[in-house]
Design a protein around this ligand. Structure first.
Ligand code: ATP
Ligand code: MG
Length: 456
């Protein structure tokens, strides 16, 4: 057993080795491609470890979603060893070794302190570039939480721990390496990572690690909107959306990430909007658990619905007609949110459509019903309507009608719309006395019950 390289031992870094028989990581649980990378690097004379989230997840019996490798080989040296390798990243230069759909990320040991020799840039106390290579000890202490700084080696299948991370993983605890406040100031996204990993793993956040978060929450407002978008997807589309949301609320991060939704929830005394939002996140979690697809557009439609509703009510109170108010509210909420989170247009446009289609579910006019049924966003909008039932029973009739309408033949639909309704009857233009008679087929409705809220 050998520790590669001549190590400068940092004050915080004390190596303890957890031997193979002392931990629960089995080689069988490790991606064969990650093992391939580890062996190739080792056979070429480099140090190579499985590191970070994968080691942490394996120790608590979760299946890692990706496997990261840390090495003393430079990205260029890694590239020479693997034909299927590309170098990426500006802030962190990394090697990606590509095996079909699986990418093994290979990072060179990096240091957290600058002796002027490396490629490192700070802006207002914040890291913007960090390509200073270092020893494994350096690499361990520049990571965020102790649980994320464990190294698994194929030399003897032991776990190497420089920061007390093994004990913290066993205690199901997230603890910041070094001074928590300083580390959050360096990179405010670490506050989100604390909440996210705690939600994902069911870990507690150690006291000194938790304390500064609410206080420093506003710093998150200066984080890159593109990075925040990526973090949002990890928070809410990885199967622990409800826990993530509750964590963001608890630590005061919600007002920074989703300011208008946060304000709308605070002023909604009945709690209906929050109920609906949580219900949407619960459904998302159920879909992830069942391996069903989830869409960022539907997610953001859910997360920003309270903001949209509030905006809409405000505009209508100013006397703006329903349809104009709806599209203006949708635009406004989107533009304001984009200041914080870079939601790409391919998601914000369908998100807005989901909202705007909500106003069309009250129609029973045949031509409009048919048109809405064939709208490319109908299914997502209908699933969203189902979700709104969690906030208000008012939508029960519409849900029932549209659920049935999706499976009805033309004749059945015509019957459901009422034989008396003339073909070109336009309900908005008609005097109230002429409103169509509705007959609904109650039997068909249950057949489609349980339509999942999503899936565009
Ligand atoms: P998961 O993959 O479950 O989302 P993870 O911990 O693996 O969680 P990644 O974003 O994949 O998260 O990061 C891999 C590793 O890189 C982390 O385990 C941690 O050691 C380190 N790391 C990631 N982000 C930061 C950060 N902002 N500051 C310091 N270290 C970080
Ligand atoms: Mg990871």
């Amino acid at each position: 057993m050998s520790v590669h390289g001549t190590a400068i031992i940092f004050p915080q870094a004390h190596l303890s080795v957890i031997p193979r028989e002392g931990h629960a990581i089995s080689r069988k649980a490790i991606s064969p491609n990650a093992l391939r990378v580890l062996y190739r690097l080792r056979d070429s004379g480099f140090a190579a470890y499985l590191v970070g989230g994968a080691v942490r997840d394996l120790l608590v019996g979760q299946q890692p979603k990706d496997f990261d490798v840390a090495t003393d080989a430079t990205p260029e040296q890694v590239k020479q060893l693997f034909r299927n390798c590309r170098l990426i990243g500006r802030r962190f230069r990394l090697a990606h070794v590509v095996f079909g759909p699986e990418i093994i990320e290979v990072a060179t040991f990096r240091a957290n302190s600058d002796d002027g020799s490396g490629d490192r840039e700070m802006e207002n106390g914040r890291l913007v570039r960090d390509n200073v290579y270092g020893s494994i000890e350096d690499d361990a202490v520049r990571r965020d939480f102790t649980a994320n700084a464990l190294y698994y080696t194929i030399e003897d299948f032991s776990v190497r721990d420089y920061v007390g991370g093994y004990e913290d993983v066993m205690a199901r605890r997230l603890k910041m390496i070094g001074d928590a406040e300083q580390r959050y100031r360096e990179d405010p996204v670490r506050m989100l990572r604390a909440v996210r990993l705690s939600a994902k793993l069911g870990f507690s956040i150690e006291e000194n690690t938790a304390e500064p978060i609410a206080r420093l929450a506003p710093l998150l407002g200066e984080a890159s909107p593109a990075r925040l978008f990526e973090e949002m997807l990890k928070l809410f589309l990885s199967g622990h959306a409800v826990a993530s949301f509750e964590g963001l609320e608890k630590f005061g991060l919600l007002p920074v990430l989703l300011p208008e939704t946060s304000a709308a929830l605070a002023s909604n005394r009945s709690g209906a909007l929050r109920r609906m939002l949580i219900e949407g996140l619960r459904n998302t979690d159920a879909r992830v658990a069942a391996d069903e697809p989830v869409s960022p557009a539907f997610l953001f439609a859910t997360l920003l619905w309270p903001a949209y509703c509030r905006g809409l009510i405000g505009l209508q109170a100013q006397g703006i007609a329903a349809e104009a108010a709806a599209s203006r509210a949708a635009d406004r909420v989107t533009v304001h949110q984009l200041e914080h989170i870079a939601l790409p247009r391919r998601f914000s446009l369908p998100m807005q459509e989901i909202w705007l289609l909500q106003g069309r579910f009250s129609t029973r006019q045949k031509r409009r019903v048919t048109r809405l049924l064939s709208h490319p966003r109908f299914r997502a909008a209908f699933d969203f309507l189902v979700l709104r039932l969690a906030a208000s029973e008012l939508h029960a009739d519409d849900v029932e009608f549209w659920r049935a309408a999706q499976t009805q033949s033309n004749e059945e639909l015509a019957a459901a719309l009422g034989a008396a309704a003339p073909e070109n009857f336009d309900d908005e233009d008609a005097p109230p006395s002429k409103r169509r008679r509705r007959r609904r087929r109650r039997s068909g409705a249950e057949n489609n019950a349980g339509t999942p809220p999503q899936g565009e």
